[in-house]
Structures are given as C-alpha cells and as structure tokens.
Design a protein around this ligand. Structure first.
Ligand code: SF4
Length: 693
C-alpha cells in the first residue's frame, strides 16, 4: 500500500477463522486490512509470535464485490431487490408473526452462528426462547463436535478440552486421531511439531496420512468408521499388561470393572482384522501411551462425525482416565474445535435445543425458572429440534420458519439435495450473512451482517480462553452487527431490549452463567484472556480442568463400557469403497470467506478426490483425470489426485466446495443416536473414470 504508516490505525483483535484463537494487531486505513502482525506476546498466550496463512492474509472477503451492504427482499416476481432496514424488518416481523399465529412459536427455528461473538450467540438463544417462543435453536456444533460434548459431559463433566495450549506444548506424548491438525489448526500444529522435535512421542491414528503424520513417531492407518474398536484395543492391552494407573482409577474414577469387561473382546488380532491396524502397532501405541509421564489425547471430526461419534469420544475419555492422564500438567483431553467461536458461541452461550447458557439443562426446573425470571418469558421443558432434525421436521410440516444466522446449511448439511429441497419449501426463511451464500438463495429476506473485523465482543477458543474481539475497520455499507439486528427485531416483536453495547450483554451472561460468572469484557481485555470456568470476579479462571475433581455429581470420572460398533453404511459389491471427508489448509468450511480471496484461490480453487495409486490403477485412472464418485444419494465428478495418503479402500474429498459438493454424497439419515451428528466421515461409494471433454 502507498499509505504512510502513521496514517494507519492499529488495533488488536482475535482471529475469526479457526478456534486456535490467535490474536494479532491489524493495520488498517479504516477500510481495508493492510497487514497483520502477532500482538504483544504477553497478551497472546495462545499464539505467541505465530499466525497462519489464513489469519495473516485472508481478508479479501471483507471488501469483496458481492459483500451484502443492503437488506434484500423478494419483489412480486420472486426476485431479490434491495430494501431499507425498515422494510426488511417489517417483512421479517410479518413472516414470523404469521407463523406464530397459525402454528405457534415452536414452528419457528433459529440457526445460530459460531462465527459470531459470545454476546451475539447468547442473544440468539434468548431471541429464540423469549421472542419467538421456541427451543429449536442450534448451530454448526451439531455437525461437528456435539458428540465430543455429549461424550465428555457424561464421563468427565464438561464438554470441552481439559488442557491448555501450555499442556500441548509440554506433554511427553500425543495420541492424535481424526485431526488434520497442521492444516485445520495450523498454530497448534506448529506447537506440536516443535515439541516432537524436542523429543516427545507423537502417535497418529488416521485413515488418511494427514500432514501431521509426517512428524509422528508412530503413524497407523486405520479403516474409517471403527475408532472405538482400536481405542478399546489399546485399553485392553494396557490393562492386560498392568500398565494402567491403579491409584488414579481407585481414587478418581468409577465404572472400571464394567469398562474392563467390555474391552475384553478387542484383542490386538481382532482389532487388526476389523480396523486394518497391525496388532504390533496397537500394542506399541498402548505401551508408549501408558508408560509416558504425560499424554494429551487430541481429536477432531474424524472421531466425532460418525453414527457412533459419542462412543468414540467416550472410549478416548476412558483411555485418558485409565492412564491417569487427566488434570495434571501436560496431560488431558483436547478436542480441537473448528470454527473460531464454536466453543463459546456454539456451546457455552447455549443457543442449543436442550441447554441454556453454561450447559444448564433445559429440563431442570430451577434452571428454567432462573431464565424465565431473567427473560420474563415461559420456557418449555421439552427440548427443540437439533439442526440435523430440523430439516426432517420441516419436511413433515412441523417447522415452518427459519432464521439462519451466519451459517450455510444448504451446503454444509449432509445430503445436500435434501437440504435444498427443504429450504425451498419452508414457508419463511430469513438469512443474515455477509454474502448471498447457497442458503440465502432460498431466503425471503436477507439481512446484511458485519464481519468480525467490524464489531466488538468476545470469542472463546478451543482451550476455553475467552478473548476480546475489537472493531478494526468500519462496517461495510448498511451492514450491522448481529447483536444490533437481533435487538432491533426483538423490539419490533414486542420486547424491550436496550443494550447500549456488547459489554452490557456480557454482564447479563455473567449473571446467568456460573462458568462465566467472573468474566467481563474489561477483565478479558486487561488480562489478555480468561479461561472458564471462572466463577466470580476474584476467580483467576481455570487453566486446566479436573485437577481436584471431575465435574460430576460425585466428583469422579465415570468410565463407561463401550462395545463393538460399525458404521451404519458399509461397503458392498455395488459401492465397494469408503468415502471420507475433511479439510485443506488454504480453505475454510464452505468457502464463504476463503473463496473470495484471490491469493488463497491460487492454491486450491477446485474440488478433488484422493485415490490410492493401486486403486487408481485398478480403475485405469491417472492423476488429474476426471472421476465420477457415486453414492446412494448422488454423484459428483472431480479430478483425481493419486496419492498413497489414503488406503486402497478409501477415497477422500474435501468439504469446502459448492460445485460438485461432497455433501451430494453424504447422508442426512445416519446420525449418532445421542448427539445427532451425521456420519460425514463414512459413505459407501463407487468410482469410475470419466472421458474428459
Ligand atoms: Fe487464525 Fe487459526 Fe490460523 Fe490462528 S491458526 S491465525 S486462529 S486460522
């Protein structure tokens, strides 16, 4: 830029891409992000002096030509035209009131946004319950880590990482599974690589030889869909060889005998037969983990996006507990959360069908009473629909309207065709976003929102650190922060909201959410970040969970027996291969942000499929050839990347692209029975070469 340095403003904020939560100084002329630099390391416990390519450069989306700057409504021909905020609000009010009058508030739903701030997500939950009168409010966590939350809540108490970034830097051993850490959480990946260089062990179990596996001291390739089997195999081998931590189990856990009984069937030989992991590698990994002084168990969606994701997570919690690797420095469980604020906005703030803020259960009468008093409304004790159920409920005519904020379910939901049909048929759809994304195309009203660079609030990252978000540029056109739009709508729908700023919203959160009881924006700014639980203003926050007790009624870890399970769809003669999905470094989720960055798009601009060389040879497919991939739901054609990163029976397609989207192939029907997370990671498919034109 030809701007002189002294003409620029410098503000510190928190990254809006992934949940590592890097903080950096942003240099801007008020209009554009001109440069970023890691902030004062004293104030950035998470990233120190590091940032990744997305946090450093990927700001093209902010001033993209197609950024929404005015509200849109449909004209009489069904086409979008720009409208004033007044008119757009009126349309929304009419649409919501129409449904409430005819079908009741329960026929309305809200999809909240893990990209938005904690304060905004708190208001999204409040808006659903108080203003619309529905418990059907959910968010993208349903598609990713809700099985983590369910699995950890019932074993250890909190649906969150027990560790801090510091533990990730200092542990003696890692078991990382189902996580493409270096690409999806780059700065954490860097910390791990450094620690491995310094001598710690890194064990990676994954169907795909993801880049972090290059640094592993042991990489074991497994068939997708059988994670609880190999984890149980590790547990069995540890117990069989008396390598478990008896004192820890005795003092701090219940359920050991039942759990031990359940793992008996998972001999190393049987595990090898089912998962493809060599018996010797099962034994070696078990011994390394059990004899290390400390171990961190890190995972992401390769563990959770299954029809038995909750069981996978529960098995990992069992493994961590029986080796005594919880609640001490360098040890613990570390689900790597995806979106920048999915831990805070997507979970802690309670825009959830079954939880109020702070994971307080909706069925608990005392909890409901507290919120009914504070919000001056009735709250039903019956949970609402989860996101993955909303589309079926809409199909059945039970759900008539949707307010979708900062999400793109048309592309991100499994079974893309089904999702689109539902969105097309729903009576009334409001989309609030930065762009006319694939979902917005079906909307009745589109409301332009500000990006994280244009507003104030807080995000909570993957290690529970609440950090400040500050506006670094002016908002674009007439766009408004989500909290302002929610407040305007609440007031037009007969409520009296009068928040002057987001600090006031955090004050209300603090009063109603014990784990955020001591968190104010002023404190967060001053201290650089505070990790929850932080029960009062004098509480320093909690670096590491469970040092004294687990968050269960008796204070113990509750070990659970986990038996054999397999994917709901397995390969057969017609569909002989297993498709799995994931991410690449240069892209982010459905690409709403990264696809608008020219620099980023020079790296990975289109979809592809990874195929093992042996499999490719069998099908007469060469690198770069177009390949048709077909499942029971649909088919897509994408170029082949022939690589031994995947096994001979597996193919991999990333999740970021709208054209030939992988979710044409995934299935909306197969869900984890408890968490309702879809089985994105396993679909039976067949492939064939396509003549290039
Ligand atoms: Fe942003 Fe995540 Fe990259 Fe850090 S690692 S700069 S939080 S995308």
């Amino acid at each position: 830029s030809d701007k002189r340095l002294e003409e620029l403003t410098v503000d510190t904020t928190t990254c809006g891409y992934c949940a590592v939560g890097c903080r950096f100084d942003v240099y801007s002329d008020g209009n554009e992000v001109l440069a970023t630099r890691p902030a004062n390391p004293e104030k950035t416990p998470v990233n120190g002096i590091s940032t990744c390519v997305k946090g450093k450069f990927s700001y093209g989306f902010v001033n993209a030509n197609d950024r929404l700057t005015k509200p849109l409504v449909r004209n009489e021909n069904g086409e979008f035209r720009t409208a004033s905020w007044d008119e757009a609000y009126e349309r929304v009010v009419e649409g919501f009131e129409d449904i409430t009058d005819n079908y009741g508030g329960e026929a309305l739903s809200v999809i909240a946004s893990s990209k938005a701030t904690n304060e905004e997500n708190y208001l999204m939950g409040k808006f659903a319950r108080q203003v619309l009168g529905t418990n059907t409010v959910d968010n993208c966590n349903r598609l990713c880590h809700s099985s983590t939350v369910t699995g950890l809540a019932k074993t250890f108490g909190y649906g969150a990482a027990s560790v801090s970034i510091e533990d990730l830097e200092t542990t003696d051993c890692y078991l990382i599974t189902g996580s493409n850490t270096t690409e999806a959480h780059p700065v954490i990946g860097t910390r791990i690589k450094q620690n491995v260089r310094d001598g710690s062990d890194l064990i990676v179990f994954d169907p795909r030889e993801v880049p972090i596996a290059e640094y592993a001291t042991q990489y074991t390739q497994v068939n997708p869909g059988y994670d609880a089997v190999w984890i149980n195999g590790l547990i069995r081998h540890i117990i069989e060889n008396d390598l478990h931590d008896e004192a820890f189990i005795e003092e701090r856990a219940t359920g050991f005998e039942d759990m031990k009984e359940a793992v008996q069937e998972f001999t190393p030989e049987r595990v090898e037969e089912i998962t493809g992991a060599p018996a010797a590698e099962i034994k070696a990994a078990a011994e390394t983990i059990a004899t290390a002084d400390t171990c961190v168990f890190g995972w992401a969606l390769g563990i959770t996006e299954h029809s038995h994701g909750t069981e996978n997570v529960t098995a990992l919690a069992n493994l961590a507990a029986i080796t005594g690797n919880v609640g001490k420095r360098g040890a613990g469980v570390s689900p790597f959360r995806g979106q920048n604020n999915v831990q805070g906005g997507g979970g802690d703030m309670g825009p959830l069908p079954d939880n109020l803020p702070g994971y307080q259960k909706i069925e608990n009468d005392d909890v409901r009473e507290t919120f009914e008093d504070a919000w001056n409304c009735d709250i039903s004790a019956d949970r609402g629909y989860y996101t993955t159920e909303m589309f079926h409920a809409a199909d059945a005519g039970e759900l008539r309207g949707m307010y979708c904020i900062g999400e793109n379910p048309a592309l991100s939901e499994p079974g893309k065709g089904h999702g689109e049909t539902v969105l097309e048929n729903i009576d009334f759809l409001v989309v609030q976003d930065l762009f006319l994304n694939e979902t917005a195309k079906y909307a009745d009203v589109v409301l332009p929102a500000c990006s994280f660079l244009e507003k104030e609030g807080t995000f909570t990252n993957t290690d529970r650190t609440v950090q400040k978000v500050n506006p670094v540029i002016e908002s674009r056109g007439d766009s408004k922060p989500d909290w302002v739009i929610l407040q305007d709508l609440a007031n037009r729908l007969g409520r009296e909201w009068d928040y002057e700023n987001t600090a006031e919203i955090m004050e209300e959160i603090r009063q109603l959410t014990p784990i955020y009881g001591g968190i104010t924006q002023e404190r967060v700014e001053r201290e650089g970040g505070i990790q929850w639980p932080c029960f009062n203003l004098d509480h320093p926050g909690t670096q590491r969970l469970y040092t004294e007790a687990f968050n269960t009624e008796d204070g113990n870890a509750h070990l659970k027996p986990i038996g054999y399970s397999e994917p709901m769809e397995t390969p057969d003669d017609t569909y002989p291969l297993t498709l799995t999905t994931g991410r690449v470094l240069y892209q982010y989720h459905t690409g709403t942000m990264t696809h608008r960055d020219e620099g980023i798009m020079t790296y990975n601009s289109q979809n592809f499929v990874e195929i093992n060389p042996e499999t490719a040879a069998n099908y007469d497919i060469a690198d770069g050839d177009p390949v048709c991939i077909e499942s029971r739901r649909g088919e897509i054609t994408v170029p082949a990347q022939v690589t031994d990163r995947v096994g001979t029976d597996t193919v991999f397609v990333p999740m970021h692209f709208a054209e030939n989207a992988v979710n044409e192939l995934t299935d909306a029907e197969r869900l984890d029975p408890e968490a309702k997370t879809p089985e994105f990671k396993v679909s039976a498919v067949c492939i064939r070469p396509v003549e290039s034109s």
